[in-house]
Design a protein around this ligand. Structure first.
Ligand SMILES: [Mg+2]
Length: 273
């Protein structure tokens, strides 16, 4: 059963009605880096009738389409419902909304990293991983890469993007390898933020460009108050990539997997319907 840190979606001690359900993606809505399962897609589609739905994750826009939007489309989601879906890409440093007139997604804002920062981060990450013996270039699929420029952030994925989920889970289940890499990098790049996420990833961004940045812009763009949001994430512990949301004082449900999220969403829908 998911662990909830405070109130329900529909009411609370102080009678605040939630208007927004925000979600981490990897391990919260899916098995990391894969499309959301049909059950989650159906639950999200139904929630679009009652809430603004905001996935926020370190991934690129194209991955949001593959992992969230395409599976939603197979559930027969309507244009009207998609208008309530808000994509906060690359930790919310980019924001996309659906335009029903164009039947397409429009970028609302974008805050990219300068090229010189991308070069600096890439160099330091590779050196740290090599020094520690965690640079696994020989295990990559052809054309795949360990370090990827995601415009607003640089992401290290130890085994690349296309490795199987099982070998990814096995690579660093206790986060120790990534913690060692981060420790080395932070000495070289104190002005950048390193976050461990997914199963093999480290996201690097300008300090302040974490989920707090994205959630702060979400508040502005959707014109809602913090207490109108309910956030779901699997890495809500200090140091995890969902922790900045907890620190903002936003109500958070900690899940272990998408099964926990499905359980909670069924409960929410049971109350609002
Ligand atoms: Mg996650």
């Amino acid at each position: 059963m998911p662990k909830t840190t405070s109130q329900t979606a529909t009411g609370s001690k102080n009678q605040v009605i939630k208007r927004v359900l925000a979600f981490d993606i990897d391990q919260t809505l899916n098995i990391a880096k894969t499309p959301i399962p049909p059950e989650i897609a159906e639950l999200l589609r139904d929630c679009l009738d009652y809430f603004e739905i905001c996935p926020i994750s370190g991934q690129k826009f194209e991955q949001f389409l593959v992992q969230i939007v395409e599976p939603l489309k197979t559930t027969g989601v309507s244009d009207q419902q998609l208008e309530h879906l808000h994509l906060f890409v690359a930790q919310g440093t980019q924001y996309y909304r659906y335009d029903p007139a164009q039947h397409d997604w429009q970028q609302v804002y974008n805050y990219p990293l300068p090229e010189e920062d991308v070069v600096k981060i890439t160099t330091v990450l590779e050196k740290a991983a090599r020094d520690l013996g965690y640079w696994e270039a020989d295990k990559l699929a052809p054309g795949d890469e360990i370090i990827e420029n995601r415009l607003s952030q640089v992401t290290f994925s130890a085994l690349g993007q296309s490795a199987g989920t099982e070998i990814k889970y096995a690579w660093d289940p206790d986060c120790k390898k990534r913690e060692a890499i981060v420790e080395k990098c932070q000495v070289e790049l104190p002005d950048f933020l390193f976050e461990i996420g997914g199963t093999t990833s480290i996201n690097v961004a300008k300090a302040g460009m974490n989920k707090e940045f994205g959630m702060t812009h979400l508040l502005e763009e959707l014109q809602v108050e913090k207490n109108q949001i309910l956030y779901f994430g699997d890495m809500t512990q200090p140091g995890g990539n969902d922790y900045p949301v907890v620190q903002m004082g936003i109500d958070t449900i900690t899940v272990r997997s998408h099964e926990d999220t499905a359980f909670a969403l069924r409960g929410i829908l049971g109350v609002v319907r």
